[in-house]
Design a protein around this ligand. Structure first.
Ligand code: ADP
Length: 532
């Protein structure tokens, strides 16, 4: 085996494994998970190192001791794997204390027997520069059975944990880390136990690669779920590796001058590395704090939404009652009323209507935010819908002296599947706004089918009103946002377009506005997909 291959299958795995283990440990020295993980990593490093020495030393007595050490270290790894499986990510499977102590004693005795007696490893024969042949002791089958038993035991624990874990993130963590452990263990079994005992002695060399599988999976989990805060780990690994390189430069160079320069560079670098790691640590801490604050804000926001929902519910009933009584007074059920009172009554009626609409919008917002809004889809004829809205609003428009026109499409529009009430609310809001924000001129509604790409229906509401400044074009769709220049219209609340955008979005449609600027009118567009 060339020394280059050796570097790849021994030293790189040893270095990577150790660095990852060490940094996980340093991140939180008190965490049991991190400590156990590190102990396991030390086991891997010990195993890889002894494996390397086993194949590369040629003193027969040393090779025997190292061979036995290698067998014993496997037990250490198995022990910590078992521990890790039990406590990661939470210790939610109870193993009695007595059993834990028994497991510990069991592994200890087995390790002593393995290392000190010929019961498992009787002799090692050096058959070539990097080939060895093991003469197994009488207890070797027992040793293999133990290995398999640990794998089975761990599988049982993991399967039970998976069953108990509801949190999908935790589930994935479990799967990934454990998959890594298993691939490593079972491939190790194939190369270093099965193939090796069948006489393929060289195969043992490649067993060295498998811990990398485990490290790979763990690294992936770290990346994906930030299990042990990857940023810190990466920064530290990088700083350390470069540090080692610089340090080695000091010893490699022979001239004193270069040595002094290199030492200077190294010291400067250490300072820089320290500052870098410190700043990363700080950022991570800040982010953790931010996450906590965020959580609290979210809670507050939910409370607000809930309050909004309850309050608007309570408001709706009396407002509807008022509307009913006003109607009855207007009809003269409680006696004749004078024209002047009637005029005032209508104003009260209008204000009440506006309040009802506002309360309904607030209720919509809270339902949308709590995800409690229900949608009933059915086939709807858009033309008929617009027609009925125009009927409803045309008296108001006429009073203001505004022409309200619906230009029918040349070809009849196909029916589309939507929640009729919600889309009606959107269109009512757009047309009502167009009338509200127009002093004189007209409001024109058009509807057409668009065949380009996906089939859609596009409705536009064009007015000759106050228009919208360019920088406000997107702003007005945000909640409680009203354009500048609406001071003349105190009756608005800035929620209509917000709700409209949400409702259209849920229908997988688009809503937007175009305007040539202040005082030059605007056109609102709604596009809804036609689903076959
Ligand atoms: P409201 O009309 O209650 O203020 P909306 O959410 O319906 O709330 O509209 C938000 C803002 O968008 C309005 O305050 C207004 O500034 C602007 N706006 C909406 N429709 C028009 C329109 N047709 N012409 C000009 N501005 C409009």
């Amino acid at each position: 085996m060339s020394s280059l291959i050796k570097v790849f299958i021994y030293f790189i795995p040893i270095l990577i494994t150790f660095l990852i283990g060490a940094f996980v440990f340093l991140k939180d020295r008190k965490s049991r998970i991190n400590k156990t993980f590190f102990a396991f990593v030390i086991g891997i490093v010990g195993w890889l190192s002894s494996l390397f020495l086993f194949y590369n030393l040629d003193s027969p007595s040393l090779v025997l001791w190292i061979g036995r050490l290698n067998f014993a270290v496997v037990l250490l790894m198995l022990y910590y794997i078992l521990q890790f499986v039990i406590i990661f990510p939470r210790e939610n499977i109870l193993i009695p204390k007595l059993s834990k102590v028994t497991i510990k004693i069991w592994f200890f005795i087995l390790a002593l027997l393995t290392f000190l007696t010929p019961l498992i490893d009787k002799a090692e024969i050096i058959t070539g520069p990097s080939t060895r042949e093991t003469v197994y002791g009488p207890l070797y089958p027992f040793y293999v059975a133990n290995y398999l038993f640990v794998i089975i035991f761990a599988i049982i624990i993991i399967v039970r944990k998976l069953k108990r874990t509801k949190n999908p993130k935790e589930k994935r963590q479990l799967i990934f880390i454990n998959l890594g452990i298993f691939l490593a263990l079972s491939s190790g079994f194939v190369t270093n136990i099965l193939l090796y005992s069948l006489g393929y002695y060289e195969a043992g060399n490649y067993g060295a690669l498998f811990p990398l599988l485990f490290v790979g999976f763990t690294a992936y989990t770290i990346f994906k779920y930030r299990l042990f805060e990857i940023k810190i780990i990466l920064a530290q690994i990088l700083v350390l590796v470069i540090g080692f390189l610089l340090l080695s430069q000091i010893f490699v160079t022979s001239s004193l001058f270069m040595r002094v320069i290199n030492t200077g560079i190294f010291i400067l670098y250490c300072l820089f590395g320290y500052l870098l790691i410190r700043s990363v640590l700080r950022e991570v801490k800040l982010r953790e704090q931010l996450a906590v604050v965020n959580k609290e804000l979210k809670k507050l926001d939910e409370a607000k939404t809930e309050f909004l929902s309850i309050a608007s519910h309570q408001l709706r009933t009396p407002l509807t009652a008022i509307k009913g009584y006003l109607g009855m007074i207007d009809e003269g059920i409680y006696g004749k009323i004078s024209g002047e009172v009637k005029g005032t009554l209508h104003k009260v009626y209008d204000s009440n209507e506006r309040l009802i609409r506002l309360v309904n919008s607030l209720l919509d917002i809270s339902r949308l935010e709590m995800g409690k809004m229900e949608f009933i889809l059915k086939k709807v004829n858009i033309e008929e819908m617009i027609e009925s809205i125009v009927d409803e609003l045309h008296i108001g428009a006429k009073k203001k002296g505004i022409d309200l026109v619906f230009e029918h499409p040349k070809k009849p529009l196909p029916e589309i599947k939507i929640d009729e009430e919600k889309i009606r609310q959107v269109m009512l809001n757009l047309i009502d706004n167009a009338i509200k924000y127009t002093y004189k001129g007209s409001v024109t509604i058009k509807a057409e089918k668009i065949d380009r790409g996906e089939d859609k229906i596009k409705i536009s509401v064009t007015d000759t009103g106050m228009g919208i400044a360019r920088k406000e074009i997107n702003e007005i769709f945000k909640i409680y946002r009203r354009g500048t220049g609406v001071r003349l219209f105190p009756e608005g609340s800035g929620v209509g377009l917000y709700v409209a955008k949400k409702l259209v979005g849920i229908h997988k449609g688009k809503i937007w506005v175009e305007s040539r600027g202040k005082g030059r009118g605007s056109t609102f567009y709604v596009e809804l997909p036609i689903k076959k």
